[in-house]
Design a binder for this molecule. Structure first.
Ligand code: GLP
Length: 241
Protein backbone atom coordinates (compact mmCIF):
# COMPACT_ATOMS: atom_id res chain seq x y z
CA UNK A 1 0.00 0.00 0.00
CA UNK A 2 1.23 3.42 -0.88
CA UNK A 3 0.32 6.11 1.64
CA UNK A 4 0.40 9.74 0.57
CA UNK A 5 0.24 12.15 3.49
CA UNK A 6 -1.25 15.53 2.71
CA UNK A 7 -1.91 18.61 4.80
CA UNK A 8 -5.67 18.84 4.67
CA UNK A 9 -8.91 18.03 2.89
CA UNK A 10 -8.19 20.41 0.02
CA UNK A 11 -4.78 18.87 -0.70
CA UNK A 12 -6.28 15.38 -0.46
CA UNK A 13 -8.89 16.30 -3.06
CA UNK A 14 -6.30 17.84 -5.39
CA UNK A 15 -4.00 14.84 -5.16
CA UNK A 16 -6.89 12.44 -5.81
CA UNK A 17 -7.97 14.49 -8.80
CA UNK A 18 -4.51 14.36 -10.35
CA UNK A 19 -4.36 10.57 -9.89
CA UNK A 20 -7.73 10.19 -11.62
CA UNK A 21 -6.76 12.53 -14.43
CA UNK A 22 -3.68 10.35 -15.08
CA UNK A 23 -5.92 7.31 -15.46
CA UNK A 24 -8.31 9.14 -17.78
CA UNK A 25 -5.47 10.45 -19.94
CA UNK A 26 -3.89 7.02 -20.24
CA UNK A 27 -7.02 5.14 -21.28
CA UNK A 28 -9.02 5.55 -24.44
CA UNK A 29 -12.18 4.40 -22.64
CA UNK A 30 -11.55 4.85 -18.93
CA UNK A 31 -13.76 3.09 -16.39
CA UNK A 32 -13.98 4.82 -13.02
CA UNK A 33 -15.42 3.40 -9.81
CA UNK A 34 -16.91 6.21 -7.76
CA UNK A 35 -17.98 6.73 -4.17
CA UNK A 36 -20.38 8.98 -2.29
CA UNK A 37 -20.15 10.48 1.19
CA UNK A 38 -18.59 13.75 2.28
CA UNK A 39 -15.03 12.60 1.62
CA UNK A 40 -14.96 12.61 -2.22
CA UNK A 41 -16.97 15.85 -2.66
CA UNK A 42 -13.82 17.95 -2.94
CA UNK A 43 -12.41 15.56 -5.52
CA UNK A 44 -15.56 15.99 -7.61
CA UNK A 45 -15.26 19.79 -7.37
CA UNK A 46 -11.71 19.48 -8.72
CA UNK A 47 -12.83 17.26 -11.60
CA UNK A 48 -15.60 19.72 -12.51
CA UNK A 49 -13.07 22.58 -12.53
CA UNK A 50 -10.64 20.62 -14.74
CA UNK A 51 -13.45 19.76 -17.13
CA UNK A 52 -14.50 23.44 -17.33
CA UNK A 53 -10.88 24.46 -17.99
CA UNK A 54 -10.87 21.80 -20.76
CA UNK A 55 -7.96 19.99 -19.13
CA UNK A 56 -9.98 16.77 -19.32
CA UNK A 57 -13.00 15.42 -21.12
CA UNK A 58 -15.24 12.68 -19.75
CA UNK A 59 -16.95 11.94 -23.04
CA UNK A 60 -15.37 8.47 -23.30
CA UNK A 61 -15.52 7.72 -19.57
CA UNK A 62 -17.78 5.13 -17.97
CA UNK A 63 -18.51 5.18 -14.24
CA UNK A 64 -19.80 2.66 -11.72
CA UNK A 65 -20.81 3.80 -8.27
CA UNK A 66 -20.28 1.61 -5.26
CA UNK A 67 -23.71 1.65 -3.73
CA UNK A 68 -27.26 2.94 -3.33
CA UNK A 69 -29.90 2.94 -0.60
CA UNK A 70 -32.77 0.52 -1.14
CA UNK A 71 -36.03 2.45 -1.40
CA UNK A 72 -34.68 5.80 -2.59
CA UNK A 73 -35.12 6.84 -6.22
CA UNK A 74 -33.14 9.26 -8.38
CA UNK A 75 -35.37 12.19 -7.38
CA UNK A 76 -34.84 11.66 -3.67
CA UNK A 77 -32.21 14.14 -2.49
CA UNK A 78 -30.73 11.48 -0.21
CA UNK A 79 -30.24 8.89 -2.94
CA UNK A 80 -26.73 8.35 -4.17
CA UNK A 81 -27.91 8.74 -7.79
CA UNK A 82 -29.16 12.22 -6.89
CA UNK A 83 -25.89 12.97 -5.07
CA UNK A 84 -23.78 11.94 -8.06
CA UNK A 85 -25.88 13.91 -10.54
CA UNK A 86 -25.74 17.02 -8.33
CA UNK A 87 -22.12 16.79 -7.25
CA UNK A 88 -20.55 15.64 -10.50
CA UNK A 89 -22.40 14.26 -13.51
CA UNK A 90 -24.61 17.31 -14.21
CA UNK A 91 -21.54 19.54 -14.33
CA UNK A 92 -19.22 17.59 -16.63
CA UNK A 93 -19.41 16.43 -20.22
CA UNK A 94 -20.04 12.75 -19.41
CA UNK A 95 -23.00 11.17 -21.28
CA UNK A 96 -25.46 10.28 -18.50
CA UNK A 97 -25.98 6.83 -20.00
CA UNK A 98 -22.30 6.10 -19.26
CA UNK A 99 -22.92 6.55 -15.54
CA UNK A 100 -24.09 3.65 -13.39
CA UNK A 101 -25.50 3.66 -9.88
CA UNK A 102 -27.45 0.66 -8.55
CA UNK A 103 -31.20 1.17 -8.83
CA UNK A 104 -32.51 1.46 -5.26
CA UNK A 105 -36.13 1.11 -6.37
CA UNK A 106 -35.75 -1.88 -8.68
CA UNK A 107 -38.74 -4.22 -8.46
CA UNK A 108 -36.42 -7.01 -7.40
CA UNK A 109 -33.23 -5.93 -5.62
CA UNK A 110 -31.59 -9.36 -6.05
CA UNK A 111 -32.05 -9.19 -9.83
CA UNK A 112 -30.73 -5.60 -9.80
CA UNK A 113 -27.57 -6.81 -8.00
CA UNK A 114 -26.98 -9.50 -10.62
CA UNK A 115 -27.52 -7.06 -13.48
CA UNK A 116 -25.27 -4.44 -11.91
CA UNK A 117 -22.52 -6.99 -11.37
CA UNK A 118 -22.94 -8.13 -14.97
CA UNK A 119 -22.67 -4.56 -16.26
CA UNK A 120 -19.34 -4.18 -14.43
CA UNK A 121 -18.11 -7.46 -15.91
CA UNK A 122 -19.24 -6.31 -19.37
CA UNK A 123 -17.20 -3.14 -18.98
CA UNK A 124 -14.28 -5.55 -18.62
CA UNK A 125 -12.54 -3.78 -15.76
CA UNK A 126 -12.60 -0.81 -13.43
CA UNK A 127 -9.40 1.17 -14.01
CA UNK A 128 -9.51 3.01 -10.73
CA UNK A 129 -11.91 2.69 -7.82
CA UNK A 130 -12.33 5.63 -5.44
CA UNK A 131 -13.14 4.63 -1.86
CA UNK A 132 -14.02 6.40 1.35
CA UNK A 133 -13.74 4.70 4.71
CA UNK A 134 -16.61 3.99 7.11
CA UNK A 135 -15.92 4.44 10.81
CA UNK A 136 -16.48 0.72 11.34
CA UNK A 137 -14.20 -0.18 8.43
CA UNK A 138 -16.91 -0.49 5.81
CA UNK A 139 -16.09 0.09 2.17
CA UNK A 140 -18.99 0.79 -0.14
CA UNK A 141 -21.71 -0.48 2.19
CA UNK A 142 -19.91 -3.73 3.00
CA UNK A 143 -20.44 -3.84 6.72
CA UNK A 144 -18.31 -5.83 9.21
CA UNK A 145 -18.91 -9.55 8.74
CA UNK A 146 -19.36 -9.33 4.96
CA UNK A 147 -17.62 -12.16 3.13
CA UNK A 148 -14.43 -11.18 1.33
CA UNK A 149 -15.72 -13.18 -1.65
CA UNK A 150 -18.96 -11.16 -1.94
CA UNK A 151 -20.14 -9.71 -5.24
CA UNK A 152 -22.78 -6.98 -5.65
CA UNK A 153 -25.44 -7.71 -3.02
CA UNK A 154 -28.14 -6.36 -0.72
CA UNK A 155 -26.96 -5.46 2.79
CA UNK A 156 -28.63 -4.66 6.09
CA UNK A 157 -27.08 -1.42 7.27
CA UNK A 158 -25.42 -1.35 10.68
CA UNK A 159 -27.08 0.83 13.27
CA UNK A 160 -23.76 2.74 13.59
CA UNK A 161 -23.70 3.42 9.83
CA UNK A 162 -27.31 4.62 9.84
CA UNK A 163 -26.46 6.94 12.75
CA UNK A 164 -23.34 8.23 10.97
CA UNK A 165 -25.37 8.98 7.82
CA UNK A 166 -28.42 10.36 9.67
CA UNK A 167 -26.90 13.84 9.36
CA UNK A 168 -28.18 13.96 5.79
CA UNK A 169 -31.75 12.97 6.73
CA UNK A 170 -34.46 14.66 8.81
CA UNK A 171 -34.30 11.89 11.39
CA UNK A 172 -32.67 8.51 12.04
CA UNK A 173 -35.96 6.75 11.22
CA UNK A 174 -35.76 8.07 7.66
CA UNK A 175 -32.37 6.45 7.00
CA UNK A 176 -33.00 3.30 4.95
CA UNK A 177 -32.20 -0.01 6.59
CA UNK A 178 -30.91 -1.69 3.43
CA UNK A 179 -28.59 -0.85 0.57
CA UNK A 180 -27.18 -2.39 -2.59
CA UNK A 181 -23.42 -2.42 -2.69
CA UNK A 182 -20.66 -3.72 -4.90
CA UNK A 183 -19.15 -6.69 -3.11
CA UNK A 184 -15.69 -6.82 -1.63
CA UNK A 185 -14.47 -9.16 -4.33
CA UNK A 186 -15.94 -6.81 -6.98
CA UNK A 187 -14.02 -3.90 -5.44
CA UNK A 188 -10.82 -5.94 -5.16
CA UNK A 189 -10.92 -6.70 -8.90
CA UNK A 190 -10.41 -3.07 -9.87
CA UNK A 191 -6.96 -2.44 -11.28
CA UNK A 192 -6.21 0.40 -8.95
CA UNK A 193 -7.78 1.68 -5.73
CA UNK A 194 -7.55 5.20 -4.34
CA UNK A 195 -8.82 5.48 -0.78
CA UNK A 196 -9.42 8.93 0.66
CA UNK A 197 -9.36 9.61 4.39
CA UNK A 198 -9.84 12.94 6.06
CA UNK A 199 -10.42 14.06 9.62
CA UNK A 200 -9.58 13.04 13.13
CA UNK A 201 -12.66 10.84 13.52
CA UNK A 202 -11.23 8.47 10.86
CA UNK A 203 -7.78 8.12 12.51
CA UNK A 204 -8.58 4.92 14.41
CA UNK A 205 -10.19 3.27 11.37
CA UNK A 206 -7.22 4.20 9.19
CA UNK A 207 -4.81 2.73 11.74
CA UNK A 208 -6.76 -0.52 11.75
CA UNK A 209 -6.89 -0.61 7.95
CA UNK A 210 -3.11 -0.20 7.63
CA UNK A 211 -1.79 -2.06 10.67
CA UNK A 212 -4.63 -4.28 11.82
CA UNK A 213 -5.32 -7.93 11.20
CA UNK A 214 -6.92 -8.83 7.85
CA UNK A 215 -10.38 -9.86 8.93
CA UNK A 216 -13.95 -9.79 7.67
CA UNK A 217 -14.79 -8.00 10.92
CA UNK A 218 -13.04 -4.97 9.46
CA UNK A 219 -13.77 -5.05 5.70
CA UNK A 220 -11.25 -2.38 4.65
CA UNK A 221 -8.39 -4.54 6.01
CA UNK A 222 -8.62 -6.63 2.81
CA UNK A 223 -7.03 -3.70 0.96
CA UNK A 224 -3.69 -4.78 2.44
CA UNK A 225 -3.83 -7.58 -0.12
CA UNK A 226 -4.53 -5.46 -3.21
CA UNK A 227 -1.53 -4.87 -5.48
CA UNK A 228 -2.22 -1.24 -6.33
CA UNK A 229 -3.74 0.76 -3.49
CA UNK A 230 -2.99 4.39 -2.81
CA UNK A 231 -4.25 5.90 0.42
CA UNK A 232 -4.41 9.68 0.48
CA UNK A 233 -4.78 10.75 4.08
CA UNK A 234 -4.71 14.19 5.61
CA UNK A 235 -2.82 15.09 8.79
CA UNK A 236 -5.81 14.76 11.09
CA UNK A 237 -6.59 11.26 9.84
CA UNK A 238 -2.95 10.15 10.06
CA UNK A 239 -2.29 10.86 13.72
CA UNK A 240 -2.47 7.19 14.78
CA UNK A 241 -0.39 5.68 11.97
C1 GLP B 1 -21.07 5.84 3.48
C2 GLP B 1 -20.84 5.27 2.06
C3 GLP B 1 -19.40 4.91 1.84
C4 GLP B 1 -18.55 6.05 2.38
C5 GLP B 1 -18.64 6.08 3.89
C6 GLP B 1 -17.93 7.25 4.53
O1 GLP B 1 -21.94 5.09 4.24
N1 GLP B 1 -21.65 4.16 1.70
O2 GLP B 1 -19.16 4.67 0.47
O3 GLP B 1 -17.21 5.86 2.02
O4 GLP B 1 -19.97 5.97 4.33
O5 GLP B 1 -18.64 8.43 4.37
P1 GLP B 1 -18.03 9.84 4.58
O6 GLP B 1 -17.10 10.09 3.46
O7 GLP B 1 -19.20 10.79 4.55
O8 GLP B 1 -17.34 9.83 5.90
Amino acid sequence: MRIINVKDYHDMSEKASSLLLDVIENNEHPVLGLATGSTPEGLYEQLIAKNKEKVVSFQNTTTFNLDEYVGLDANDSNSYRYFMNEKLFNHIDIPLENTHVPNGVAENSEVECKEYEQAIQNADRVDVQVLGLGLNGHIGFNEPGTSFSSRTHVVELDESTRKANARFFESLEEVPTQAITMGIDTIMESKEIVLLVSGENKAEALKQLVHGEITEDFPASILQKHKNVTIIADKAASTKL
